[in-house]
Design a protein around this ligand. Sequence first.
Ligand SMILES: NC(=O)c1ccc[n+]([C@@H]2O[C@H](COP(=O)([O-])OP(=O)(O)OC[C@H]3O[C@@H](n4cnc5c(N)ncnc54)[C@H](OP(=O)(O)O)[C@@H]3O)[C@@H](O)[C@H]2O)c1
Length: 246
Amino acid sequence: MIMNQPIRIAIVGYGNLGRGVEAAVARCPDMSLSAIYSRRPAASIQTLFGNAPVYEMEALNGRANETDVFVLCGGSKEDLPRKGPQLAALGNTVDSFDTHARIAEYFSAMDEAARAAGHTSIISVGWDPGLFSIHRVLGEAFLPDGDTYTFWGKGVSQGHSDALRRVEGVADGVQYTVPIERAIEQVRSGAVSLSNDSPTLIVLTPNHAALLDVLSSRYSNGVAAAQPDNDAGSLGFYVLTIPHQP
Ligand SMILES: NC(=O)c1ccc[n+]([C@@H]2O[C@H](COP(=O)([O-])OP(=O)(O)OC[C@H]3O[C@@H](n4cnc5c(N)ncnc54)[C@H](OP(=O)(O)O)[C@@H]3O)[C@@H](O)[C@H]2O)c1
């Protein structure tokens, strides 16, 4: 990389995250978008701004020297564990791997591939893991005797949704996460100290068995428990509760 030249970014995998990276790079005068790579036919990809070439994944090997940093925007469940180390051998990478229970394993695979090739790989950059993790570290440094809680939602979980869509037979799937108000109130008021198995989140999912499987492999402190819920049931959703994740 030449210091007074923009950093050449390539996006690998073009979904929600890929579009977000394209928009972010457009706001960074010290970066330029060299390419977008996808498994799908290049002609089928409509990008936000249309000002970077789109290539099919197979072209990446021969074009790696056109890019300084690959931003890996594939799914955490299957894409990153498979493609991450291969790409770390080809160039510098940044990704947002968020299968919490498998981060140490993923770190080892990426570290080995990047070190062997003399490249730099930054993993698990995002909200959580990512900025929220940094906030937790700062909070615990300033308030070492406090208890740390993280609540997510209301909102869509991109990681859980991606994992659901990878389940065979699922044509499409979106997973919504809603914090349990009572648990939030208990924490805010200091009335109760939640343990690692207190339920703090509910998730609405179109596929209960698949999400139970996904969650138990993503988090290390317990499997989600299924609960019937009439409102969600009438909308065709299942409800799961998830233990507090520190
Ligand atoms: N650390 C964090 O805080 C954090 C936050 C959010 C998300 N994430 C992670 O980011 C990952 C990606 O999230 P996402 O929301 O970008 O997932 P997504 O939209 O489903 O995209 C994932 C991959 O699916 C393929 N794809 C996208 N749209 C498609 C379509 N219309 N048809 C067929 N394939 C399509 C793309 O690969 P191709 O272009 O190669 O086909 C893309 O890279 C998640 O798995 C999650 O783990 C992490």
